[in-house]
Design a protein around this ligand. Structure first.
Ligand SMILES: C[S@@+](CC[C@H](N)C(=O)[O-])C[C@H]1O[C@@H](n2cnc3c(N)ncnc32)[C@H](O)[C@@H]1O
Length: 345
């Protein structure tokens, strides 16, 4: 995909918009020629683009917030159908009349179906080209023939899935309509782990917070909630939106910020850190993600602080955490997950 994508991006002028999710990261890291504007729901992608001089904005695929219209939108399709439908729908409001939407994807991405749907929505003909294992679908927007919006599962709206017991969430974030089994296991350990007199001040970090499940569970254990401050952080714009709503709804004392594995959080600032690190990034499994989260946890934690990590049981935390934490204790092993306590003292 990257050869085709870089060729298309090179041909763009400053009126083009590149919608980049995690699958575009590799291209930015190796360097790319692109004169337009990048939009991503990933904080690390926006930072990487900005660092190499590409103007970029961070949002939950909020194309409509751009004041100018674009002559071309280049979009390697995302994994999640609701996002793809939302972007195709938004292209109608964001493209100039006769502007182009370019969809790129491998056969397994559903590109052929998206090409048909985009043609109807944009009032364009269907033009699908094969480039090696990739497909490129080109749509010229015709406002007078535009069709009805695609079903995007109400992409922009927050909602309260019954299973989340009152927490807000939305499509576009990891496991948005379920409680992660590993996270539940980690949260179940916390009651026994917190100081028995838990009325004192505590700075807590929720690293890779998602919609804020771990923050909500730990906040529920506070005897004096005003004494505890929770800083939740995530790379994903949808997660930040949902988590902020949950902090507001639950009256959690703290903040929700965007960062790359907690890059924005001060060193030596946390007494307690909770983390269920991401495993998959885009279509690949990114091997070093767990290590990066462990390194950042070691940086953020105070010397007398404790970090709690939950991971799939086959991830060798004791080996990965060696040299970062003096003590690595297994607290629970259940349902394919392991919960570890990591500390220096
Ligand atoms: C396994 S989920 C856990 C979510 C949440 N803590 C829970 O327990 O439900 C991992 C989270 O890490 C986030 N994430 C992925 N890459 C990240 C990065 N580079 N920096 C910060 N967060 C990231 C994902 O968006 C996702 O919300």
């Amino acid at each position: 995909m990257h050869i085709l994508l870089s060729k298309l991006l090179r041909e763009c002028d400053q009126h083009a918009l590149w919608i980049a999710d995690e699958n575009s990261k590799a291209l930015l890291v190796t360097g790319i020629e692109f004169a337009g504007h990048l939009l991503s729901n990933r904080w690390d992608i926006v930072c990487t683009a900005t660092a190499i001089g590409i103007p970029a904005s961070f949002s939950d695929f909020d194309l409509a917030s751009h004041e100018t219209k674009f002559s071309r939108i280049v979009y390697p399709v995302s994994k999640e159908k609701a996002i793809v439908h939302h972007v195709i729908n938004s292209a109608v409001e964001t493209l100039e009349d006769s502007g182009e939407l370019l969809l790129i994807g491998e056969k397994s991405s559903g590109i052929k179906t998206y090409a048909q749907k985009a043609a109807l929505r944009l009032g364009s003909s269907k033009q699908l080209q094969k480039h090696g294992s990739d497909y490129l679908s080109i749509h010229r927007f015709n406002a007078s023939a535009a069709g009805v919006p695609l079903d995007d599962s109400g992409y922009t709206s927050l909602r309260q899935p019954e299973i989340l017991g009152g927490l807000w969430s939305k499509p576009g974030l990891f496991g948005w309509n379920k409680i992660d089994v590993g996270s539940a296991l980690l949260a179940d350990q916390l009651c026994a782990e917190l100081p028995s007199d838990n009325t004192g001040a505590l700075n807590i970090v929720d690293l890779g917070c998602g919609y804020g499940y771990l923050s909500a569970r730990v906040a529920a254990l506070a005897s004096s909630p005003e004494q505890w401050r929770i800083q939740a952080t995530d790379n994903n714009a949808a997660a930040i939106r949902a988590c902020r709503d949950n902090f507001r709804a639950l009256g959690i004392n703290g903040s929700v910020t965007a960062g790359d594995a907690g890059s924005e959080i001060a060193s030596d600032s946390a007494d307690l850190l909770l983390c269920n690190p991401p495993f998959h990034q885009g279509f690949q499994v990114e091997g070093d993600l767990t290590e990066r989260f462990l390194q950042q946890a070691a940086r953020i934690l105070r010397t007398d602080g404790k970090a709690y990590f939950v991971v799939n049981e086959f991830i060798p935390i004791p080996r990965k955490a060696a040299g970062l934490f003096r003590n690595v204790n297994l607290l629970a092993k259940e349902k394919g997950f392991c919960v570890y306590r990591l500390s220096e003292l």
